[in-house]
Write a protein that binds this ligand. Structure first.
Ligand code: CAA
Length: 286
């Protein structure tokens, strides 16, 4: 948790991913400007980070002084105009292409010419979002995994027009966070991890729907047979079944391959509001 006081990082979106990323970035010494459409969302996000850090103090992983230093690095805002002096922007809003495009379009007028723009999209085209940013050469994907403070991987993704210099800076930045970056050299739906994970979870849903095994037994099989920390249904609940359905539909459209389409059982659960942990019920109850 050594301080690295170089640079200011702007994060757009204070949901699960934005909050986790903000925690990681501030803990490594960067000043963080965290923005959501309502200040109360940002305050709640920073409150959650405070609770996480308090737990780390209790466990003796960091000192109270380190916690206070990290908490002092947050600037909370609902205004993108406050991103004037940021060096890197990480967008972590909903997986909605139009929303992402609109945010970067606005940021292009606000930020310095040298500011690097990055999307934390887990699946969508970096080239397409970058096109609207007005600076496609300084635009890339920096994709964290949930929970961001715990997961060591970051995917750094090139769009078709991303410059080598932008990728070099993004790699250097992710290394400065103590993460292990992998380079995704070609912009392709789902990049590496979700290209593998989404069909895997979808196939688990098909297996269950065919009556081959129960939810619990499929999860046990994957955990004990493959040494995964969570089974596919636990992971579906953890990440949100609605998100998985959105990404499956995106894959199906982008690859022109209906084999990627979401399993009916997943679509039904979303219709019933059973989207996983966040709604209190998915394949399991919470
Ligand atoms: N934020 C910060 N820290 C958290 C956390 C959170 N949300 N959740 C857990 N942690 C920390 C805990 O504080 C604990 O820290 P210490 O070791 O310092 O005590 C540590 O993580 C382990 O947590 P727990 O003991 O409570 O629980 P666990 O050992 O069962 O681990 C887990 C929880 C880390 C989530 C683990 O189950 C796991 O790794 N699951 C798989 C997660 C995964 O696959 N993520 C990728 C999802 S896919 C994705 O993100 C791609 C996408 O774009 C959709």
């Amino acid at each position: 948790m050594e301080g690295k006081p170089v640079g200011v990082i702007g994060i757009v979106g204070a949901g699960t991913m934005g909050t986790g990323i903000a925690q990681v970035v501030a803990a490594m010494g960067y000043k963080v400007i965290l923005r959501d459409i309502k200040l109360s969302f940002v305050e709640a996000s920073v409150g959650r980070i405070g609770k996480q850090l308090a737990k780390s103090v209790e466990k003796g992983k960091i000192t109270e002084a380190q916690k206070e230093e990290t908490m002092a690095r947050f600037v909370m805002t609902e205004n993108l105009q406050d991103f004037k002096d940021v060096d890197i922007v990480i967008e972590a809003v909903l997986e909605n292409m139009d929303l992402k495009k609109a945010i970067f379009k606005e940021l292009n007028d606000v930020c310095k010419a040298g500011t690097i723009f990055a999307s934390n999209t887990s699946s969508m085209s970096i080239t397409e979002i970058g096109k609207e940013s007005g600076r496609p050469d300084r635009f890339c994907g920096i994709h964290f995994f949930n929970p961001a403070p715990v997961m060591r991987l970051v995917e750094v993704i090139s769009g078709l027009r991303t410059s080598d210099e932008t990728i070099a800076k993004a790699l250097e930045f992710t290394l400065s966070l103590g993460k292990t970056p992998v380079e995704v050299k070609k912009d392709s739906p789902g990049f590496i991890v979700n290209r593998l994970l989404i069909p895997f979870m979808n196939e688990a849903a098909r297996l269950y729907a065919e009556g081959v095994a129960s939810v619990e037994d499929i999860d046990t099989a994957v955990k004990l047979g493959l040494n995964h920390p969570m089974g596919p249904f636990q992971l579906l609940d953890f990440g949100g079944i609605d998100l998985s359905v959105t990404i499956s539909n995106y894959f199906s459209d982008e690859f022109n391959d209906n084999g990627y389409a979401p399993q009916p059982v997943l679509k039904q659960m979303v219709r019933a509001g059973k989207t996983g942990m966040k709604s209190g019920e998915g394949f399991y109850k919470y």
